[in-house]
Write a protein of this length. Structure first.
Length: 451
């Protein structure tokens, strides 16, 4: 938190709405008796709250209406009051206005259920309050109260102010989506980074940029996030990047969530990826359809965000655990288990290609890609997801496993074993074998009755 002028901030935000205000003949103005009012807060967060509240006011206020932002002081609080002459909210809607993902049933006040919930969260971070009063066809009043001074902040909050460029700037469209095309917003799909670290990679597939932006804010500390605005784009992203998990909405234009799911689960390259369906569809038949299409989890909106986070963690943990399940015909440290036939087929094909090329010292990852008809990135991520091992390390382990078999059961020389297992020379074979097994091939062969 830092000290700044709340009146000047409100002026700056209102100025950004003058174009749409003139276009729709809406009187949008700041009302205050204070030339300035200094407050302690995170400038970027309060800016976003104001922007969101005024955006909502424009969304629900008809042409020739009015919107006012009043700044005043009351009982040691600085107050921001945003009032409009819009369609207003019913008693039921106003009761749930700040609930996450709650949407009014009437078309006159139906949104994504994200804006006010996020405003409440940001204001509460400042130890402030936010409330709403409204009635159908009588407009809406949103009141924010921020404590004066900085005594309510702890030392860390004062010493390390949040940089809005780092926290919320990535989702500008979250606050402006309802005003397009008057305000130009960034195309996140074209600009999102493809450089990720070691965090699990999540793909969010949803046509609602507000929902994607909100989930991204919540999860980006723990996961790397990839976004897709519809099912078709989602399919493209899945096959290009092979994410670790997918969160997908059901109701989308074009290829909906179930159609998307069918494509993903039918392909051996992507069938292993856990998919969470996120939807407002609540009927038993709709949920059965999702599970019939091999959804790994089905979460109904509105939902507790902790449930989504816990589900993601659980699915990823289970995926990690099943990698260690015993599977016959491969070394213990290369075990894999999956109940999906497509995954089993992929592993079977992959292992078959490797084992058929054990004697070939020029065998490469590129050769596997050609055989399977997939890219290097797809192959590396798929093998890592199912076997939890690097491909070259897997090939080496299989070569050594085969070499140990020959040394134990075949009456052939070490040089012949090296040749039959794809090592370029007996010397190189002996060096690698001793490094991995702790003894030379000759010693291992001499004591084969003990192995």
């Amino acid at each position: 938190a830092t000290q700044f002028d709340l009146v000047q901030l409100a002026k700056d935000v209102i100025d950004t709405y003058q174009q749409i205000s003139r276009k729709r003949n809406i009187d949008c103005r700041l009302l205050t008796k204070f030339p300035s009012l200094m407050v302690w807060a995170d400038n970027g967060m309060i800016d976003k709250v104001l922007f969101n509240l005024i955006s909502n006011a424009f969304k629900f206020t008809p042409d020739h209406g009015s919107i006012s932002v009043r700044i005043d002081k009351f009982d040691n609080y600085a107050r921001i009051i945003v009032e409009d002459t819009g369609s207003g909210m019913s008693e039921d809607v106003i009761t749930h206005a700040f609930d996450l993902f709650y949407q009014g049933s009437a078309d006159s006040h139906k949104g994504s259920g994200l804006g006010l919930a996020l405003c409440k969260e940001l204001i509460q971070l400042h130890h402030g309050t936010i409330s709403a009063s409204s009635a159908k066809k009588q407009g809406t009043v949103i009141t924010i109260a921020l404590p004066e001074g900085n005594a309510h902040f702890n030392k860390d909050e004062l010493a390390h102010p949040v940089n809005p460029e780092e926290t919320l700037n990535e989702v500008d469209q979250y606050y402006t989506v309802d005003l397009l095309p008057v305000f130009q917003t960034r195309d996140t799909e074209k600009n999102q980074s493809t450089q990720w670290g070691n965090k699990p990679l999540l793909l969010l597939v949803d046509d609602n940029p507000e929902l994607r932006g909100f989930i991204k804010i919540k999860l980006q500390e723990e996961f790397d996030i990839l976004e897709a605005a519809d099912g078709m784009q989602g399919v493209e992203q899945v096959f290009e990047f092979l994410p670790d998990l997918i969160v997908c909405d059901v109701m989308m234009p074009g290829k909906d969530g179930n159609a998307f799911l069918k494509v993903i689960k039918a392909d051996i390259r992507t069938a292993h990826i856990p998919v969470i369906l996120l939807t407002a569809m609540t009927s038993r038949e709709q949920q059965i359809e999702g599970f019939r299409n091999q959804a790994d989890a089905y979460i109904i909106k509105p939902f507790d965000f902790g449930v989504l986070t816990s589900t993601i963690r659980s699915l990823l943990a289970n995926r990690s655990k099943v990698k260690g399940h015993v599977s016959a015909n491969i070394p213990a440290n290369l075990r894999v288990h999956t109940s999906k036939k497509s995954d089993l087929k992929f592993i079977s094909d992959f292992r078959s290609i490797v084992e058929n090329n054990i004697p070939n010292e020029n065998f490469s990852v590129e050769a596997i890609c050609r055989e399977l008809g997939i890219s290097k990135v797809q192959l590396y991520r798929k093998v890592k997801a199912l076997l939890d091992i690097n491909i070259n390390e897997y090939i080496l382990q299989v070569r050594l496993q085969k070499a140990k078999y020959y040394l134990q059961h075949e009456n052939i020389s070490v040089a012949e074993v090296a040749s039959k297992t794809g090592f370029s020379s007996p010397t190189y074979f002996s060096t690698v074998f001793k490094n991995k097994e702790g003894v030379s091939p000759s010693v291992f062969k001499g004591g084969r009755s003990d192995h």
